[in-house]
Design a protein around this ligand. Sequence first.
Ligand code: SF4
Ligand code: SF4
Length: 343
Amino acid sequence: MLFLRLFFLVIASVPHPVDHLSFSRVLATHGLELRRSRTEILQLNVGKLCDLTCVHCHVNAGPKRKEVISRETVGRIVNWLTKTDIPIVDITGGAPEMAPDFRYLVEELRNIPQVETIIDRCNLTILLAPGYEWLAAFLAAQRVGIVASMPCYQPVNVHAQRGDGVFDRSIRALQLLNGLGYAQQPALTLDLVYNPNGDFLPPDQTELEADYKRELKLNFGIDFNRLYTITNMPIGRFAAWLRHNGSLDTYMELLVNAFNLASVSGLMCRNTLSVDWRGEVYDCDFNQQLGMRWRQEKPLFVWDLDPNQLEGQNILLGNHCFGCTAGAGSSCGGALVAPGRIA
Ligand code: SF4
Ligand code: SF4
């Protein structure tokens, strides 16, 4: 397809016995090169502060983390965005809403004419946390699309992954969002995210979405728009969990063996610019957590970039990238490949 010319910088981010099958070399065997296309999404990770400490978290987020975006950094990023034609801003964390300047950020983004879509990656529990009573109504008033973690429609799996009581709070939060018009009005999208509760690949996204819709509606009266299946990446807290269980090597082999060439053209690093809480740029949130800087010698901040120079730039790759190309592929927008195209 229209995309690829090969250029690789190999950064081995996950030491394991399949190092010799590095992601870069697998792509090279197919004669591919991976470069940025037009930037359509700025994904801003506003920090690592979170009310939860999920097992699968690649950010190592939690209530004691101190890394959080400042108002000055918000201002510099917003100012840079006004000079671009990027239409989508995807806010993530941590629990992004816990950043003290979250409200300011959203309001400033809403004032940028070309930013059509603002997404909040929400863990749902924060909507019911003390001190955040304003949050759900604020998101609805600002027409912020919500992408919410919901690893199962049954309590047992959610509790195992996210902690006791999280399922019930998530259900109440979803009902609250429906009551505010989410998944009822076109401007208020509510998408859910499934990720496996262990060291296996997600099931078929379309079939699972149908199961979620049926079960959540039947048992709790909940509506949502789309379900995204996302593969657990072998980094951060999930990598530590795999190591603890002695299954990191097996999991990497699973990802490598499930490599799907058809997923490569849709990799999110091609059209997404990832920015951290300090304003530094990365190819994706995973590279961000691994510290895979665009410029090794010193930080490169988004406000130092010429937005017109991004297209065609090379992408930093590591063996964790196998997590994005396994099976149906995986991205912040879910599976990359229709079921019939899984190798
Ligand atoms: S996975 Fe999301 S909700 Fe869970 S600890 Fe990480 S940032 Fe928080
Ligand atoms: S981890 Fe995935 S999104 Fe990030 S650079 Fe690798 S393939 Fe691209």
